[in-house]
Design a protein around this ligand. Sequence first.
Ligand SMILES: [Zn+2]
Length: 441
Amino acid sequence: MLLVANGTVITLGKSCKVIENGAVAVEGDIIKEVGKTAELRQKYSDAEYIDAEGRLIMPGMINTHMHFYSTFARGLALPEPPANFVEILEKLWWKLDKKLTLEDVYYSALIPLIDCIKNGTTTVFDHHASFGAITGSLDEINKACTEAGLRTCLCYEVSDREGKEKALESIEENRRFIKKCQENDDPMTKATFGLHASLTLSPETLAKCAEVASELGIGVHIHTAEGIRDVEDSLDKYGMRVVERLRKYELLGPRTIAAHCVHVNDDEIRILAETDTNVVHNPESNMGNAVGCAPVIKMLKNGVRVGMGTDGFTSDMFEGIKVANVLHKHDQGDPSASWAEVPRMIFENNSAIVKNFYDKPLGVLEPGAYADIITIDYNPATPLTADSFYPHLLFGVSGAMVNTTIVAGKVLMQDRKLKGIDEKEVAAKARELAAKLWERF
Ligand SMILES: [Zn+2]
């Protein structure tokens, strides 16, 4: 048993409690009890003791849309600057993913996984592409995830952009890996069916993907109306909007993740709510790609479950909180906007989204939930209560203040020291591979 104690526990969850001098008792990979340190210390006197020394103790953060493979793009010079979002895809991402080897895929996953541990992100839904090395790519990522010790849900983004054969190979990669995960039934490794976006998926491929996903009893993870071009393409070619097109192929539902949904109209919002589809908002990415501001406040108001991801921009979900907070205030021209919506997306809804993939609760410290716990070096200067914890996390906390990261009851980092991973060695190897990739780019 493990006892993470002597800190201010923020349980999150529906009946969020803040417990001074609190503790969390862990048995195996599950939380056994949450309470006062003195009481739990007495009750579990034999447990391994982690002294939080007055830090915050809270659930690990959840990122519901990520791209590990984007790692080697950091610092890569493009011959000419992209003028719009489609050019960002064409001149950067689609060129880069084609050049990745399986070894690149492994290291480009290991680096952000280390970042996740250091920033207190413990569950990640990744969306992968490597059209030069498709088969086995999800195993390489999974190898990195297992070594790092993070909880992940992986998929490969099917697309017709590299031709029919590659599309079929990527469908097969999803099928193979999903089946493997379903057979293993490991709560650390989940899989879903990845799709790039409507604009690079032909009717035949979309139908085939829908068939395989349905056979496997699984939803899809797809970029949805991220840029306006996705909408124009769907209207031009098929006479319907993106969400309508996904509905036509029966791809929506509680196990589907529709990332972005920047350009969705009222009808599409209604469809997303009616089908109980998960939407994932990525504020930094949307601003960085200049695709617009997703109508998340409207979607939430209309009953859509909107969570939050980072789309590869960062592994630090606390950074995402800060950006989402100012983005929606700026967009609405209203300084009181998004006070309730941002914490709802990042805590409540991310937790609800992953509930559709895992047997036990995540994103909450309560008996029976997975033991994914972080401690944060933070001394509140004002009262921190169940009603006021959010502004503390928004204005006072960043990922770099995470001191200890525990996933499935296993300590991955303590006092900011990683266990079992030589970070410098991994980074040195990554730099070597990235330099070679840049030469091939
Ligand atoms: Zn994305």
